[in-house]
Write a protein that binds this ligand. Structure first.
Ligand code: ATP
Ligand code: MG
Ligand code: FE
Length: 336
């Protein structure tokens, strides 16, 4: 059973071919990072234009690398939200045109659901139920995955997403874009106890997150050091900031799994690439007999393979879209 998948929600144009949902035959990713670097973040208009320029090439390459033609494809999966509306529309219009012309089922996919599904590709035995910590550029959720496509949301961020906080802190330190991988690298050689940054746990028993206070604390620290003319040790700031984020993420993920009596925690989204998060959650999990899984690095950030996997499970559940499918920039998980 072959899926062709298309992803264009942010700044990666990607197409993939999958066999039976979990076997990746090709996963072509054209990233626009260099285009957006000079602006310190994604510029929506630039993203849309680049998607238009690249999408056909990326699809052709995905088919070629998988060694299949469009005649072999059984359905087309495409991200329809959440994301930048102009960016989403490029992938969505392409997928709709192909599905219509080839008379093929069209399957709309929630991008966040795609991030979760990246784990199914890597871990062939993984199946629901499990606890999922979703940490990406725009989202932070703790979700109980009860079945394929069935989610109980335990908590979400009340302000900044985790990836966003990494990017903003890195920007304030003048480290470049995207900041997550740079902070991760610096943190490895820094002292995580050098600077006391706040851990925000919110009300007792809450699984929500709040990162804006921590972000402000880091910015205030940088400003006051600069004013005093004291040299900033980047490694220590990175390590102390990262540790403050991870302490809260790890505690809430473990608490959630224990409360719901789940023996597996899965990490999803771009920040699942963070080496500190992977290590710390794995170690904490061991203490509670909880298995911790995450995707390989190339499947953590945006790619079409994860969208293809989600499309496969949607299709099997009868969740097929029609030609009226529109981009939904603020699409929520569970509102498919
Ligand atoms: P969303 O998925 O919420 O729509 P997005 O698609 O823009 O947002 P992703 O591609 O999932 O986001 O992830 C990108 C984010 O991951 C960026 O904020 C980036 O800084 C962060 N990131 C990537 N690698 C790491 C890392 N090693 N450590 C921390 N953060 C990282
Ligand atoms: Mg991106
Ligand atoms: Fe993403």
């Amino acid at each position: 059973y072959l899926t062709l998948a298309i992803e264009s929600s942010c700044d990666e144009t990607s197409a993939a071919v999958l066999k039976d949902g979990r076997e990746v035959l090709s996963n072509i990713i054209s990233t626009q990072v260099e285009e957006h670097k000079k602006f310190g973040g994604v510029v929506p208009e630039v993203a849309s234009r680049k998607h238009v320029e690249n999408i056909n090439m990326v699809i052709d390459e995905a088919l070629e690398k998988a060694n299949v033609t469009l005649d072999n494809i059984d359905h087309i999966g495409v991200t329809y939200g959440p994301g930048l509306v102009g960016a989403l529309l490029v992938g969505l219009s392409t997928a709709k045109a192909m599905a219509y012309a080839l008379d093929m089922p069209l399957v709309g996919v929630n991008h966040i659901e795609g991030h979760i599904c990246a784990n199914y590709i890597e871990h062939k035995d993984l199946k629901p139920p499990f606890m999922c910590l979703i940490v990406s550029g725009g989202h932070t959720h703790l979700a109980h995955v009860k079945d394929y496509g069935v989610y109980e949301m335990l908590g979400r961020t009340r302000d900044d997403a985790v990836g966003e906080a990494f990017d903003k802190v890195a920007r304030a330190m003048g480290l470049g874009y995207p900041g997550g991988p740079i902070i991760d690298k610096l943190a490895k050689t820094g002292n995580c106890e050098a600077i006391k940054f706040p851990r925000v746990y919110l009300e007792n028993g809450s699984y929500d997150f709040s990162l804006s206070g921590l972000k402000s604390a880091v910015l205030n620290y940088l400003n006051s050091q600069r004013q005093k003319g004291i040299e900033i040790v980047e490694e220590d700031v990175a390590a102390s900031f990262q540790r403050a984020v991870l302490d809260v993420l790890v505690k809430k993920a473990i608490d959630g799994a224990v409360e719901k009596k789940l023996d597996t925690i899965v990490i999803a989204g771009g920040v699942a690439a963070n080496s500190g998060l992977r290590h710390m959650l794995k170690e904490e999990g061991k203490k509670h007999n909880i298995k911790v899984l995450y995707p390989p690095l190339e499947l953590c950030t945006d790619n079409a393979a994860m969208i293809g996997c989600a499309a496969y499970y949607n299709y099997k559940a009868g969740k097929i879209s029609n030609m009226y499918l529109n981009a939904v920039p603020g699409l929520k998980l569970g509102s498919v």
